[in-house]
Write a protein that binds this ligand. Structure first.
Ligand code: PSU
Ligand code: MN
Length: 297
């Protein structure tokens, strides 16, 4: 494992660090916007006074704090693997490059002592769970990683009610940031109620109480997409229904499902979904940075 020097120094001195995933770059957005966004997210964290650490595997080496060149490589190259936690050793042993999902990034962040992690949306329980038993490893990993994850909830390509149930079973506390509704990524609405917190200080307090009680699961902060960038729920639902139908027709399964659905929605929305995605993830990095600042005090 290689930890970038400024990340290592920050961890030693207690300077706030925010970790970022790389699957969103390699398999969640098209090149070259993906690379631009990844670099912009790092800038946002720095402007807020934090050290960003984008996590991934580059030529068989786990990297915490990828360089600009490495982000470019992960975003541009074909054949970059999509890694959940179990896939990391395989990727490393073969000397390949891979992008870390929420599960793999949470695992690594926790391992090196980074407390805050920002992403777009987490994986969850898929709608056809009854037939496929498809539940993202993300949910399992959040039950072990003692960190704060900021996301805009999960996409409604998933079964959000089952996802919330699963998180409860796994002991993952879900907090709505200034909302009592679990956000559904492109839209702020899902109809599912979660406890609401109004300030970053409250989040930090809850996290500290959790640690005090030796509860070792993650806290998931659900930060809704900024109102001005929200896409109406009905519009999103239409895209998603169409994407799910095509996914089934094409017989896509396993870890290809999420990237497939993301790119279908992007096509169907004529790029509107990508724009929304970029706005929400930036907003999540801002919130994550604020949380990291408060926690480092
Ligand atoms: N949701 C998004 N964009 C993404 C992902 C999820 O809106 O890029 C990625 C994340 O990296 C997440 C992963 O951890 O997909 C989940 O994949 P799966 O459903 O195969 O577990
Ligand atoms: Mn899956």
């Amino acid at each position: 494992m290689r930890i970038r020097k400024d990340v290592e120094d920050a961890l030693e001195k207690g300077v706030p660090v925010v970790s970022l995933e790389s699957t969103i770059i390699a398999h969640g957005m098209p090149y070259p916007q993906n690379v631009e966004v990844a670099l912009e997210l790092e800038r946002v964290a720095r402007e807020m006074g934090c050290i960003p650490a984008t996590v991934g595997v580059v030529n068989g080496e786990v990297v915490v704090g990828m360089t600009e060149q490495e982000i470019e490589l992960i975003g541009r190259e074909d054949g970059v693997l999509k890694l959940s936690t179990r896939d990391i050793p395989l990727c490393v042993a073969k000397g390949l490059s891979g992008a870390t999902t929420v599960s793999a990034t949470s695992f690594i962040a926790h391992k090196v002592g980074i407390v805050v992690f920002a992403t777009g949306g987490i994986g969850g329980v898929h709608r056809d769970f009854g037939e496929t038993v498809d539940v993202s490893r993300d949910l399992e990993e959040l039950s072990y990683a003692d960190i704060v994850v900021v996301s805009s909830g999960a996409k409604s390509v998933l079964d959000l009610r089952k996802t919330i149930e699963y998180l409860e079973t796994k002991g993952v506390l879900v907090l709505g940031f200034r909302t009592s509704e679990f956000p559904a990524f492109y839209t702020r609405r899902s109809g599912i109620t979660v406890p609401s917190v109004d300030s970053v200080e409250d989040i930090a307090k809850i996290y500290r109480e959790k640690k005090e009680l030796s509860i070792t699961s993650a806290v998931l902060v659900a930060n809704p997409i900024p109102v001005e960038h929200e896409i109406p729920k009905d519009t999103v639902d239409e895209w998603i229904e169409a994407a799910l139908t095509e996914c089934k027709r094409d017989g896509v399964s396993g870890k290809d499902v999420t990237p497939y659905l993301l790119s279908k929605v992007e096509e169907l929305s004529a790029g509107k979904s990508l724009e929304a995605n970029i706005h929400l993830v930036k907003s999540n990095v801002r919130l994550a940075s604020e949380i990291a600042m408060v926690l480092s005090r």
